[in-house]
Ligand binder design. Structure first.
Ligand SMILES: C[C@](O)(CO)[C@H](O)COP(=O)(O)OP(=O)(O)OC[C@H]1O[C@@H](n2ccc(N)nc2=O)[C@H](O)[C@@H]1O
Ligand SMILES: Nc1ncnc2c1ncn2[C@@H]1O[C@H](COP(=O)(O)OP(=O)(O)OP(=O)(O)O)[C@@H](O)[C@H]1O
Length: 278
């Protein structure tokens, strides 16, 4: 029996700067690992199977589990992986912009690599966040579709993070379609501007300076639709957070506190489904 921790991510900045030939959007983002969020147990077996247990929220997985899709892809390339029985204990639901499925796929790839299968190259095909979640980097500047990574140096005990999971979910592909309709391919930032903005954001956070609302091109859409986030952001401000924002294409929101100023975070907002502290 093998155990793997599965990591999630938040985006400390997220700009869409163009379109790639693949149809994917070209991103400039700071990915920051959170977790471990899920736990994967793997046994060799007679047939593939995944049992999913959501430990904190009432959620479900739509369609085929990303773990099975990962095995399909690798086997289709001619690598003979034996049948696996997998148990997945999930704290983070899908559709929350936290790389929930990507972190599980990264944990499976990590197991397969340690078992001697050369499968790292499949990471980017499985999901835009998988290369980062498979990497050792705790923080990275991500470009391309999210797979071009430049690790950033972060003082490990600098921040405490609260991730707030609302009652609503966002489907990443749908959110990109809505972003296209909103921006009409006239993106707010060029690659160069987004990169220098991301570096400035990161430098200020590393110095522990106040920033407030972090850049994310999906924020306008989500804040228009769910004014509820504003009350949460006011709670973050009141409790001394230095920065907050939306993660990925939503739906979760998060905040960062300097370690020494953090006295815990909880909220009574009725639409909040869960709060995770890291
Ligand atoms: C938006 C982010 O949360 C930022 O961290 C992630 O890049 C999303 O990563 P992910 O959920 O792993 O995304 P994938 O599963 O690869 O893609 C889901 C869908 O989102 C869209 N997608 C995703 C990433 C990207 N750079 N451009 C896109 O247009 C595509 O329509 C794709 O079919
Ligand atoms: N093991 C898994 N964990 C989570 N989602 C999974 C899993 N397997 C399949 N899925 C499906 O993948 C999709 C993940 O949704 P989505 O891409 O919006 O993820 P997310 O958690 O919001 O992360 P991201 O930040 O990568 O966008 C959902 O449709 C979900 O049902």
């Amino acid at each position: 029996m093998e155990f793997r921790n599965c990591w999630g991510k938040i985006n400390l900045s997220l700009r869409v700067v163009g379109r790639l030939r693949s149809g994917y959007h070209e991103l400039c983002s700071i990915f920051f690992k959170i977790g471990p969020v899920d736990c994967l147990t793997i046994n060799e077996s007679v047939e593939d199977n995944v049992r999913v247990i959501f430990s904190r929220t009432k959620s479900g997985i739509q369609g085929r589990n990303i773990l099975l899709k990962t095995l399909d892809k690798i086997r289709a390339a001619g690598i003979a992986i034996p049948p696996l029985d997998m148990r997945l204990e999930k704290r983070v639901p899908p559709g929350t912009g936290l790389g929930s499925g990507s972190g599980d796929a990264a944990a499976l790839l990590d197991y397969l690599v340690s078992a001697g299968y050369p499968v790292e190259r499949f990471a980017a095909e499985i999901g835009a966040d998988v290369p980062f979640l498979l990497s050792q980097a705790p923080v990275a500047l991500a470009r391309g579709a999210g797979e071009k990574l430049a690790p950033l140096q972060a003082p490990s005990a600098r921040w405490r993070v609260a991730v707030v999971i609302p009652a609503w979910r966002c489907v990443t592909a749908d959110m990109f379609v809505r972003l296209d309709e909103y921006f009409h391919d006239e993106w707010k930032s060029t690659g160069g501007r987004a990169r220098s903005e991301a570096c400035q954001v990161f430098d200020r956070l590393v110095r522990g300076e106040f920033f407030g609302l972090l850049p994310n091109d999906f924020s306008d859409l989500l804040l228009r639709e769910h004014g509820e986030y504003r009350a949460l952001f006011a709670d973050f401000y009141r409790t001394g957070a230095i920065a907050w924002g939306i993660s990925g294409s939503g739906s979760s929101a998060f905040a960062l506190w300097n370690e020494n100023d953090f006295c815990g975070f909880s909220t009574t907002l009725p639409w909040v489904e869960d709060v995770l502290i890291f």
